[in-house]
Design a protein around this ligand. Sequence first.
Ligand code: FE2
Length: 253
Amino acid sequence: MIDIHCHILNGIDDGARDLETAVQMCRIAEMNGIKHIVATPHTTTVDNIGHFLETRDNKIRILRQVLEERGIDVKIYPGAEVFVDDDIFFSNDLKRLTINGSRYILIEFAFRNVKIRKIYDYLNEIINAGLVPIIAHPERYEFFQFDYDAVNSLIRNGVIFQINASSLASFDGLQEFELAYSMAYNGVASFIGTDAHSPVHRANNLSEMMRYFPPDISQYNMQVMVHDAPKAVLTDSPLPQTERKEIRKRGGF
Ligand SMILES: [Fe+2]
């Protein structure tokens, strides 16, 4: 399996506390069938990213070396979780924040008070830069939890999404679960990431968490989300085709 969203690097954001913790998370990954991890530290600004990239690449180099020394069979790739707000309209450096130098860029928004029109403006800005945005954990945003129509309009426009394993395993609350589940079930989530920040808080014990996923998500969709689509990202290829259906809130009309 391939995890395209993980705060595995130490000392760059609120992820792994130190190098030993990062190594411990890699062991958890290995034991849980994750062979490839994209390191996605938070960027808080899309401005002046040279320093961020230098720090990230340095941390990756050190971690890779320790993994090799200790015989841990997990590969680390460069990425970022890019916080998107109005500053994005002034950035011309977005390409440097993509996953493994591909066309794909993992993005997040403020958790409150972001209008859907604004999200379209952000997405268009990224697409106009020649990149493919992946919205990280849509199920965590209240403005999506209570507005499935907004999610459906993004679905119709071909936007792609990464849901968190912990949401799908019901560890993060009912609203998160219901949105993540309907997106996985209906083929509109392209990726399941762990978004792990530590070995304990929203950890990356993926195969363990999978036991708590609803059993009626198709094998095909599961294979796409944990392997085929992430592999396409790492190799900068088009995503596998899935039948994407619109979602409906349970008990809704
Ligand atoms: Fe994250």
